[in-house]
Design a protein around this ligand. Structure first.
Ligand SMILES: NC(=O)c1ccc[n+]([C@@H]2O[C@H](COP(=O)([O-])OP(=O)(O)OC[C@H]3O[C@@H](n4cnc5c(N)ncnc54)[C@H](OP(=O)(O)O)[C@@H]3O)[C@@H](O)[C@H]2O)c1
Length: 234
């Protein structure tokens, strides 16, 4: 058991919740963030209650709420050793075609790109103070060209954000890792991919904990993790 503090956004379900459970087993104290406070609180209770896990409702598209997340973390635990910037949404509507989708894309771009950037920005001083570790959830869709997919473009933005932050951190002891999962069975799968091979959220959680477990002198830059048999083209 150790007392390191690990904050996870998008912690209420899927990859975030699986990572919270595994990190708890590894002895981390946790800050769990997402919009659904009820689900988060149930997970915080499951993981040991206020001394081990706190739930903080936060919409990552709202700067005041993200700032509050940082301030409450400092207040409750007084430190932050690692953060998993994982909150994200998918809108599958294609970029081209005669449908009316721009409004649908707005929330995705705000969550996946702006939300990730302001979360990293808000938490960076706490991470710098602890010589900590920032981990971002990218996607295989942020490493290959997915035709006509704005979701893919938002994940390319995460690839770029990770590289940009790592460059900015050069010379310091802070580390930045981008984890790029292939298809994960987190509840909602696009109809055209239902029979494709899938990872479990726990598979991605193990990759996150692997990056975190390295000695301070080792910065795992990226982890690309596909289910066995997934096409390298997606
Ligand atoms: N599933 C896949 O195949 C796959 C593959 C590669 C990458 N990813 C990425 O993995 C990450 C986690 O997704 P998942 O697959 O685990 O799906 P998920 O179960 O739907 O999880 C998404 C999480 O993000 C949270 N969230 C959404 N909008 C938010 C907002 N505005 N503010 C704060 N939290 C927000 C959700 O919680 P609330 O609703 O409570 O806010 C939820 O906890 C995402 O970044 C996704 O793009 C997924």
């Amino acid at each position: 058991m150790h007392d390191l503090v690990f904050l996870i956004t998008g912690a209420s379900t899927g990859i975030g919740a699986a990572t919270a459970r595994l990190a708890s087993e590894h002895g981390y104290r946790l800050v769990l963030a997402s919009r659904d406070g009820t689900r988060l609180q149930a997970l915080a209770d499951e993981l040991g209650g206020p001394s081990r896990a706190v739930a903080i409702s936060c919409d990552v598209t709202d700067w005041q709420q993200v700032k509050n997340l940082e301030e409450r973390t400092a207040e409750v635990f007084g430190r932050l050793d690692a953060a998993f910037v994982n909150a994200g949404v998918v809108s599958g509507a294609p970029l081209l075609g005669d449908h009316d989708t721009p409004q649908e894309w707005r929330q995705m771009v705000l969550t996946n790109v702006y939300g990730a950037a302001i979360t990293a920005h808000a938490l960076w001083p706490l991470l710098q103070a602890s010589q900590g570790h920032l981990i971002l959830t990218g996607s295989v869709a942020g490493r290959v060209t997915v035709p006509g997919s704005l979701y893919s473009a938002t994940k390319w933005a995460i690839t770029g954000l990770g590289q940009s932050l790592r460059s900015a951190a050069a010379g310091s002891n802070a580390r930045v890792t981008v984890v790029h999962p292939g298809l994960v069975d987190a509840g909602t799968i696009a109809p055209d991919r239902r029979t494709d091979p899938k990872l479990a959220p726990e598979d991605v959680a193990r990759a996150v904990l692997f990056a975190l477990a390295q000695p301070p002198t080792v910065d795992i830059n990226e982890i690309v993790i596909r289910p066995t048999g997934q096409s390298p083209a997606r």
